[in-house]
Design a protein around this ligand. Structure first.
Ligand code: ZN
Ligand code: ZN
Length: 127
């Protein structure tokens, strides 16, 4: 039988965080301190971080993206970057055509009427 330390018993072993366990490793002549992840039971590689939402360690962790719904790290960083880049192009594209649409409509019946009739108008503007 395993005897538990009193701090484990005191709060039902839920809120207790054990002291950080580290290991020193030499990478390219540099001493790097690796932290132990008690959830994944590994010594985390450099620049890795544990994501509490995904419940695992992520190498070259950037952030947990709530819009995409998962972490951005080593395996998907380039795809996330391409996603952001293409999304910016789409935004510029839409914005340019909205401006073009309003300018062309302004030639017909004035700027204010073009704003009133455009699909993005404030819903009550037509009342
Ligand atoms: Zn972890
Ligand atoms: Zn995550």
């Amino acid at each position: 039988m395993v005897m538990l330390h009193p701090t484990y018993v005191a709060n039902g072993s839920t809120g207790y965080r054990p002291p950080p366990r580290t290991r020193e490793v030499v990478i390219n002549g540099q001493t790097v301190k690796l932290k132990y992840c008690f959830t994944c039971k590994i010594f985390r590689p450099p620049r890795a971080s544990h994501c509490s939402l995904c419940d695992n360690c992520v190498e070259r962790f950037d952030h947990h993206c709530p819009w995409v719904g998962n972490c951005v790290g080593r395996r998907n960083y380039r795809f996330f970057y391409m996603f952001i880049l293409s999304l910016s192009f789409l935004t510029i594209f839409i914005f340019a055509f909205v401006i073009t649409h309003i300018i062309l409509r302004s030639h017909q019946d004035g700027f204010l009427n073009a704003l009133k009739d455009s699909p993005a108008r404030y819903p009550l503007a037509k009342l």
